[in-house]
Design a protein around this ligand. Sequence first.
Ligand SMILES: Nc1ncnc2c1ncn2[C@@H]1O[C@H](COP(=O)(O)OP(=O)(O)OP(=O)(O)O)[C@@H](O)[C@H]1O
Ligand SMILES: [Mg+2]
Length: 228
Amino acid sequence: MSADPTTPVLELRDARRTFGSGPAAVHALGGVSLTLHAGRSLAVTGRSGSGKSTLLNVLGLLETLTDGQYLVAGQDVRTLGTAAVDALRAHTFGFVFQSFHLVPYLTVAENVELGLTYQRHGSRARRAHIAELLERVGLTHRRSSTVATLSGGEKQRAAVARALVRRPAVLLADEPTGNLDDASAAAVLDLFDGVTADGVALVMVTHDLQTAARADERLTMRDGRALA
Ligand SMILES: Nc1ncnc2c1ncn2[C@@H]1O[C@H](COP(=O)(O)OP(=O)(O)OP(=O)(O)O)[C@@H](O)[C@H]1O
Ligand SMILES: [Mg+2]
């Protein structure tokens, strides 16, 4: 990652993603441009089918562009080979999926540790890092509980801890407060404020305008395009 603070950590230039072809083609992204710097947050809103998840997947290198440019820390991802894209995805991005993607029969700490499976860490450093993260998300008292026994808000915070375990430069979250009551949603958003204060860039998809209002920047999607 470039350490130059003037280079955006993420930049899309006229990004397009089309699914299918001919009359059945869906232009999920029809020319989206955006920049996001380290430590900034962006909320993506828009109605169902407007391209929000596609945008998040493109940013997280889970989906490729049909046309346009995507630069991560100033580097055009099209110039990278598969192995380099895989490494960039693993080291740059943390994902919080709407459905958590936690393993229900493992404990909170084990789920967080899963995020580190393919990284070499001494077990002591690894445990200390996980303990620190669980403290940060307020789950220290639940570290040995199986995920199946957690509340929705606790699961969401466990998912955030797992997304942060590799110290990503960018956190991508799809409806991170979607299933939460007001207090739990506020706890997750407070957590995000701390994360961006540490220099992490945050992109979150949300249906909730109050949640969106807390972000530094907002992007409203309609039919694959950003409304001005
Ligand atoms: N893999 C795919 N193949 C074909 N069409 C797709 C694919 N992924 C997304 N689409 C289409 O692209 C459009 C945008 O989908 P996307 O999932 O990005 O919407 P969204 O804004 O996240 O919606 P929601 O709020 O319902 O989650 C939709 O019309 C969708 O059906
Ligand atoms: Mg979606």
